[in-house]
Design a protein around this ligand. Structure first.
Ligand code: ADP
Length: 439
């Protein structure tokens, strides 16, 4: 700043000197005005010349050195040079960062595709190109649903919930399972991550097949053993000493049959995670039947049925029966004599709810989040003694998934538990609506 004030001072002094010179020369020639015009003309020519040099250099600044001028023009040129260098430095830095980002995303083992709000492709990396078969220039600005033609993917893209990825089975002529996950960013843009999950999908399918096959294979020999045990047990000539071990064998065979039955049921439920449409189920009748069953089997606590809704439930009757009966059976298993059980069906603005509340042994809070895991038991000894397979709540969880429903467990250790299945309103049907459907 100081330097610039000095330069302006010097320029002003020079100008004043030139005017004085012009006046003197004009005076000597007898025409002061002519002398002044001469001086201003020369000054103007000098400024124009410097302007021309600056303009010339600016046009060819990448190949030429800046003109060597002093005074205020020198200052202007120095400032222009400084600005130009600073701009070039920032531009190169930005370019370097941009190139590094591009190189790192291009080298990522996951596919990355950038989509705009209309789901058109703006950019993709090499892995995405290989996994989805995109073409470098031809596929830019093309809607992703035109290239990934899968109804499941289209559904996923149109939901707003991108918390979990979606897995797509191989297209015809391919054996690659792909997982897609959307990450919204910067307004309405989407970053689509594509992953090859063939290995995990195969392992998962091998696990499912193995459980289903093993259970299936075990079923026949077990039926034979159970049959012989039964026959032996009913033989009147049997040594009385052999009766207790035989009775224990019968009970264990029964338990194994139950485990295999539940494993097979779970394998069937496991085949798909998709929601089922289903038929209208008369829940009140189903619950009345479950209650009757329970009362006929057990010397059991008070079982009350509270029906606060006559809504029908749209679902798979076998699956719903299995889930509800598992919950009712559990309530009976874990409620000692003297306790009570309440089975309830009600609806509110959020949907329909089936609940089973017992005054049984309850569940310590730390176990609740893990109850629906396969074979998870709060007290393994006790559960085995009650004859449970350890798969009941896993089955309930799967059935809920198939119906877009949720399972809520609340419990106070030592006081009792409540298991509630909540179904969305879209799964409820008023009986009147069904009557009009039938007519
Ligand atoms: P199980 O065949 O062992 O009952 P489940 O999957 O049905 O298997 O239940 C898992 C565990 O959850 C049980 O072992 C038990 O510890 C606990 N549990 C389930 N229902 C109840 C209940 N109503 N009261 C107390 N504990 C329960």
């Amino acid at each position: 700043m100081q330097h610039s004030i000095q330069a302006w001072g010097r320029t002003a002094a020079k100008l004043a000197g030139a005017i004085v010179l012009g006046v003197i020369v004009g005076f000597m020639l007898g025409h002061v005005l002519a002398g002044l015009c001469l001086v201003f003309g020369a000054l103007l020519a000098w400024q124009l010349f410097n302007l021309f040099r600056l303009d010339y250099w600016l046009r060819a600044r990448s190949t030429r050195d800046p003109p060597d001028v002093d005074g205020i023009w020198g200052d202007v040129i120095t400032n222009v040079v400084r600005l130009h260098r600073r701009k070039r430095y920032h531009k190169q830095r930005l370019l370097r960062v941009f190139r590094e980002i591009r190189q790192s995303t291009a080298a990522m083992p996951d596919g990355v595709v950038v989509l705009n709000g209309q789901h058109e492709i703006l950019w993709f990396n090499r892995t995405a190109q290989r996994l989805i078969g995109l073409k470098r220039n031809a596929d830019l600005r093309i809607r992703i649903t035109n290239l990934v033609r899968d109804p499941e993917f289209a559904r996923y893209l149109h939901t707003d919930d991108f918390t979990d990825p979606v897995m797509i089975a191989p297209a015809v002529g391919s054996d690659v399972y792909l997982s897609f996950q959307m990450v919204p960013y910067g307004g309405d843009q989407l970053l689509m991550l594509v992953r090859d999950v063939t290995r995990q999908a195969r392992l998962e399918s091998m696990r499912k097949d193995f459980v289903a096959n093993a259970s299936h294979e075990l079923r026949s020999p077990l039926t034979v053993i159970a049959g012989y045990v039964e026959t032996l047990g009913s033989d009147p000539t049997l040594d009385p000493e052999l009766r207790p071990p035989l009775e224990e064998m019968r009970r264990q065979a029964e338990r194994m049959t139950l485990i295999i039955h539940d494993l097979l049921e779970l394998s069937k439920l496991d085949e798909s995670d998709e929601e089922l449409a289903g038929e209208p189920i008369d829940v009140p009748t189903l619950l009345a039947m479950l209650r009757k069953d329970l009362l006929s089997r057990a010397s059991h606590p008070l079982v009350s049925l509270r029906l606060d809704s006559d809504a029908l439930l749209l679902g798979d009757e076998l699956e719903i029966h299995s889930a509800f009966s598992n919950l009712v059976d559990n309530a009976a298993k874990y409620t000692p004599a003297g306790g009570s059980i309440e089975i309830r069906w009600f609806s509110d603005s959020e949907g329909g709810h089936f609940s089973v509340a017992d005054t049984g042994i309850g569940i310590p809070a730390e176990h609740i989040p893990r109850l629906t895991e396969r074979f998870y038991r709060v007290d393994p000894g006790r559960s085995r003694a009650t004859g449970g397979s350890g798969l009941g709540l896993a089955i309930v969880k799967h059935v809920m998934q198939h119906h877009g429903a949720t399972l809520t467990i609340t419990s106070v250790d030592g006081k009792g538990s409540t298991f509630m299945c909540s179904f969305p309103t879209t799964r409820l049907l008023r009986p009147r609506a069904v009557a009009s459907l039938g007519s």
